[in-house]
Design a protein around this ligand. Structure first.
Ligand code: PBG
Ligand code: ZN
Length: 322
């Protein structure tokens, strides 16, 4: 049956009708808020390229976590920025490192809040790469060992979920084995499985002080041109024991997310990254778009494509509007 018997506009006539036939609904439970933690006390410094995003010291982070939990957001993901960096990223797995202390403070302030930790070395290495080096080469297996130690230290500090974002081969398996050996068999792994070498990470690297000192991450993060390869990455991470998978960035990779939704039964996360967030704010500041609507639309699109969890810097504003 076609026009004029069929009229698609009939079910769009009123907001009530539109609500009734809406296929995708954003919920607070879908959201995960990324937070940056720095040394000091009473620190709440704005990140210039990400309006509304702050770097908190451990004490201020605890207050922030309480506020996040009160808004009904179930989870945060923590990124640590240490005072000192070295070649092997010693701060990443230090028992009283910045993230380890932040996890403890967050759990203490908001016991029901799910505290996820980003497991990587780039914020802790003086060269800014996600692993350890041999000359200018990022060594895979040596890096995997450091990453597993890092994940273990996060779990020991009380992290509810660990999320490796480094893109070394075999790290999920190594993390699973070490966690299990050391009594953390119930800590899930959320694998940044399809993580692309993206231009959209720029503002994050300012916030986390993790820009590589030389070269780029293309020898370990994925080539943006590749779609089928993402399924291989995700399949391998599942075989190694990942409990949930992530696609990152989000909007430019909704095809990959939709593929993953069709292919896998595990929970899927998507990361609406710093550059995606910054672009919306930048255009809104110029009066070129309605920032609030654009942010909501972007987030709904990510859920519509298949994400169960959405990591977004806009989680608080979104939750307040739901
Ligand atoms: C660290 C990491 C990055 C992001 C999350 N974890 C940066 C990178 O890989 O360069 C990016 C997040 C964002 O841009 O919001 N490996
Ligand atoms: Zn990294």
């Amino acid at each position: 049956m076609s026009y004029p018997k069929t009229r698609m506009r009939r079910l769009r006539r009123t907001e009530t009708l539109r609500r009734m036939v809406r296929e995708t609904r954003l919920a607070r439970e879908d959201l995960v808020l990324p937070l940056f933690v720095v040394e000091g006390s009473g620190v709440r410094e704005p990140v210039a390229s990400m309006p509304g995003v702050f770097r908190h010291s451990v004490d201020a982070l605890a207050d922030e976590c309480k506020a996040v939990a009160d808004l009904g957001i179930p989870a945060v993901i923590l990124f640590g920025i240490p005072a000192d960096k070295d070649a092997r990223g010693s701060g990443a797995d230090a028992p009283s490192g910045i993230v380890q202390r932040a996890v403890a403070a967050a759990k203490n302030a908001a016991p029901d809040l799910c505290v996820v930790t980003d497991v990587c070395l780039c914020e802790y290495t003086d060269h800014g790469h996600c692993g350890v080096l041999d000359g200018e080469h990022v060594r895979n297996d040596a890096s995997v060992a450091r990453l597993a130690e890092t994940a273990l230290s996060h779990a020991a500090a009380g992290a509810d979920v660990v999320a490796p974002s480094d893109m070394m081969d075999g790290r999920v398996g190594a993390i699973r084995t070490l966690l299990d050996d050391r009594g953390h068999e119930e800590v899930p792994i959320l694998a940044y499985a399809a993580k692309y070498a993206s231009a959209y990470y720029g503002p994050f690297r300012d916030a986390a002080e993790s820009t590589p000192a030389f070269g780029d991450r293309r020898a370990y993060q994925m080539d943006p041109s590749n779609r089928r390869e993402a399924l291989r990455e995700m399949r391998l991470d599942l075989e190694e024991g990942a409990d949930a998978l992530m696609v990152k960035p989000a909007l430019p990779y909704l095809d990959v997310l939709a593929d993953a939704r069709r292919e896998f039964d595990v929970p899927l996360a998507a990361y609406h990254v710093s550059g995606e967030y910054a672009m919306i704010h930048a255009a809104a500041e110029r009066g070129w778009i309605d920032g609030e609507r654009a942010m909501h639309e972007a987030t709904v699109a990510i859920k519509r494509a298949g994400a169960d969890l959405i990591l977004t810097y806009a989680a608080k504003e979104l939750a307040a509007g739901l």
